[in-house]
Design a protein around this ligand. Structure first.
Ligand SMILES: Cc1cc2nc3c(=O)[nH]c(=O)nc-3n(C[C@H](O)[C@H](O)[C@H](O)COP(=O)(O)OP(=O)(O)OC[C@H]3O[C@@H](n4cnc5c(N)ncnc54)[C@H](O)[C@@H]3O)c2cc1C
Length: 537
């Protein structure tokens, strides 16, 4: 957290005074990029509000002074979403770390008790397993505090330094989303400050869009917003574009909205008990078909004949090649691996070998699908599998660092078309660029990475990337299932740079988002350039 020594003198606006800010270029620098490192912006100052009132003050001041505002959380996004490409001000949520009951007496219902952990505080109802937490805490911190109650917040987007508000704004998911589903499923309510500075508190189930109009309740009154006439509705995992649908809940509007429509300051979430004992299994297959058939069976039977695994991940043969030197567990003949985790009860009564018993049905299934071998671990040994999982992105990053970087996809398709997508991934390196793919096979969501050797190969990979994105859309899938689109662009077949989201929604879809945003943000103050570039419409 930066040391705000050069706070700009607050100018009240009749509601709340402006929070501290910094104008120091050195301190501002860390807010100008994100984990993508693909782009860099500029900002005149960074504000550090602590609550909704101060967020409101910043947004009202920005409107008066005709400044653009970009919201920043932890900056772990890999799409440039928090990069202030249009300049103006940055609003960092990192100091929104406390829920104060006085500020939202009606926001904290009966049954919730205050929890303090380090310098943060939130409200918890251990019985209903819900919490109301400030947007600026990291997932790591949140789970650390919840562990005392044997509870965990399920979304796990790998980067646990991400902040709660950032993960809601991107509808983050991750390795365990096969079991737990993306963030959307866990959000029960939100406190949001609209771009005009109006705070709004909404709880899931209280309102629904009707007759093509979504109404948002604020303290100052109801804001009716017309929904676009034609806009796609995604039933499978998706993090690209706004969620707009007849009958929708206003809470869903802000989840995955990449900060276009408001600043999230507090979130009411559902929690689960920490999984008891987890058995992790890496099954190696001699052919990709064996792995796919095994996963198909797990996917189809999940919830019916057996509990869905906590995670279901895939590593292709090229991924295994990257790992072979460090992991002797990988058999020579392995052409792919499926990693899955499931919960079991180590303290099961009258059973001296609970892990073995829990594993038996899975082993039978693996044999049926001709797995070569499986590497099964519990307890402390899980750390070795964790290394296996994390070693791959690291190995890939080390490989590309000496070259021209990588191009990674984030596409997902409906299960019935998954094999077509996998075939396309398998053949992607026929364009002459090295590839590797791995990821969330349970959700039909694999990340194909192009690893070009030079600029020429990078250009070839870009063309292939567009081809794959078009295929995913053609198959009824998404161009981004968990990372969002942020400020990503892509070259079309004619060599024109277009917003990445246009590949999925077309120019009409982007115009619909622009028109919808205008209803809530008439001066396009907040997060300009996300989803729809400035000047596009
Ligand atoms: C190595 C690595 C692995 C990753 N793996 C995954 C993965 O498996 N699954 C996954 O889903 N993601 C993954 N990510 C992406 C990333 O972690 C997520 O996008 C994360 O949810 C962003 O949170 P953040 O706090 O860093 O937000 P930021 O990056 O700071 O912001 C992200 C966007 O949200 C907006 N925003 C932030 N806070 C608010 C707010 N309070 N109100 C309104 N808008 C806001 C910002 O303006 C920006 O548009 C990965 C990233 C890395 C680097």
């Amino acid at each position: 957290m930066p040391d705000v020594t050069d706070a700009i003198s607050p100018r009240g606006d009749g509601f709340a005074p402006l929070p501290p800010a910094t104008k120091d270029p050195e301190k501002i620098r860390s807010y100008l990029s994100d984990e993508s490192s693909a782009m860099s912006g500029s900002a005149e100052r960074v504000y550090f509000p602590e609550n909704a009132g101060q967020v409101s003050a910043v947004l009202r001041a920005a409107a008066r002074e005709e400044k653009k505002v970009t919201v920043s959380a932890a900056g772990t996004s890999i799409t440039g979403a928090r990069v202030p490409l249009s300049g103006g001000w940055v609003l960092s949520i990192e100091r929104i770390r406390r829920i104060v009951r006085d500020e939202g007496a009606d926001v904290v219902p009966a049954g919730f008790v205050p929890v303090r952990h380090r310098d943060m505080s939130f409200y918890l109802n251990p019985e209903t397993r819900q919490a109301i937490a400030p947007a600026g805490i990291t997932l790591n911190e949140f789970n650390e505090a919840l562990a005392r109650y044997n509870l965990v917040y399920p979304p796990d987007p790998t980067e646990m330094t991400a902040m709660l508000g950032g993960t809601v704004a991107t509808n983050a998911s991750g390795a365990r989303s096969f079991h737990y589903k993306p963030t959307r499923r866990w959000v029960r309510g939100l406190e949001v400050v609209l771009p005009t500075g109006e705070p709004a508190w909404m709880r899931r189930g209280e309102r629904r869009a009707r007759k093509g109009v979504l109404s948002i309740e604020t303290a100052a009154g109801t804001i009716p917003v017309p929904l676009p006439r034609a806009y796609p509705v995604f039933t499978s995992k998706n993090a690209a574009g706004l969620y707009l649908a007849e009958g929708m809940d206003p809470v869903d509007l802000f989840i995955g909205s990449e900060g276009l429509l408001g600043v999230i300051t507090a979130v009411q979430v559902g929690l689960v008990e920490i999984p008891r004992d987890v058995l992790t299994c890496v099954a190696f297959f001699g052919s990709i078909e064996g792995g796919l058939a095994f996963v198909d069976e797990l996917r189809e039977s999940a919830g019916a004949t057996r509990e869905a695994p906590l995670s279901l991940e895939y590593f292709d043969r090229r991924a295994l090649s990257f790992l072979r030197d460090s992991f002797s567990e990988i058999p020579e003949k392995a052409a792919g691996a499926v990693l899955f985790e499931f919960e079991y009860d180590r303290a099961a009564r009258h059973n001296p070998y609970p892990a073995r018993t829990a594993l038996e049905p899975w082993i039978a299934l693996l044999e049926e699908h001709r797995a070569i071998s499986s590497w099964n671990v519990t307890g402390r040994d899980v750390s070795r599998v964790r290394e296996f999982r994390h070693a791959l992105p690291e190995a890939v990053n080390t490989y590309v660092r000496a070259r021209v970087g990588k191009l990674g996809t984030d596409m997902a398709v409906p299960a019935r078309h998954f094999r077509t997508m996998v075939e396309a991934y398998e053949k992607a390196d026929s364009c002459g660029v090295k590839t590797v793919f791995f990821g969330h096979i349970g959700d039909c969501h694999l990340h194909l990475n192009f690893l070009p050797e030079n600029r020429e190969e990078l250009a070839v990979a870009r063309t292939k990337y567009l081809e794959l994105a078009r295929l995913a859309v053609h198959l009824g899938g998404t161009i981004s299932a968990e990372h969002g689109v942020g400020k990503k662009t892509i070259e079309d077949e004619e060599g024109h740079s277009i917003p990445y989201l246009e590949v999925m929604l077309g120019a009409e879809g982007l115009r619909a988002i622009h028109a919808f945003k205008k209803e809530l943000d008439p001066h396009f103050t907040l997060n300009p350039g996300n989803m729809v570039p400035e000047g596009y419409c």
